[in-house]
Design a protein around this ligand. Structure first.
Ligand code: HEC
Length: 149
């Protein structure tokens, strides 16, 4: 595990978010397959997705080959920390923007949407608390937002 992952694991060990570990996520349950698709969190996430992600990652989540990677059914969806971190801090030197100045609730919502909008992805929510933990982690990059808010 990277230095960053270790630091984060220590932070988590003392937190009350028992289901969120640096070393893996819970196995998605069968019932959870449709658990979020009708919820307010999902709807809010779709609004954020449409405004800030759709142009590159597309309605289908398939991205644009050679330009923008797919989000549907990709391994990073299984790693909550990597997923939150990529969305919060972007990928410097690529087109992937940083959203570190967004409301943590909007990030939680958009990632819950991303994890539940298409088949082949783990069907669990990302909470505001998950997002705040990653953004406050001392191993996380500095916030260099792409958008003015
Ligand atoms: C301007 C185009 C663009 C927009 C807008 C955009 N992305 Fe990306 N995204 C990219 C590119 C390009 C990459 C690949 C970066 C790289 O090469 O590491 C990427 C990578 C990612 C990754 C990592 C994928 C992986 O498998 O490692 C995630 C997660 C992601 N984007 C989520 C989002 C979310 C969520 C939003 C909206 C809040 C968003 N992106 C908006 C272009 C974009």
């Amino acid at each position: 595990m990277s230095e960053v992952g270790r630091t984060f694991g220590v932070t988590l060990a003392t937190s009350t978010v028992l289901t969120f570990t640096a070393c893996g996520i819970q196995q998605p349950s069968r019932e959870a397959d449709v658990a979020f698709s009708g919820t307010a969190l999902f709807a809010r996430g779709q609004q954020v997705y449409d405004a800030y992600c759709l142009a590159c990652h597309q309605r289908s989540g398939a991205g644009v080959p050679g330009a923008f990677p797919p989000l549907a059914a990709t391994p990073i969806l299984e790693d909550r920390i990597a997923l939150i971190r990529a969305t919060l801090f972007g990928r410097p030197g690529t087109a992937m923007p940083s959203h570190c100045n967004f409301d943590a609730g909007d990030i939680a919502a958009v990632l819950t949407y991303v994890r539940n909008a298409w088949i082949g992805t783990p069907k669990e929510s990302i909470s505001t608390k998950d997002v705040l933990l990653v953004s406050a982690d001392p191993g996380s990059p500095l916030c260099q937002p792409t958008y003015k808010r």
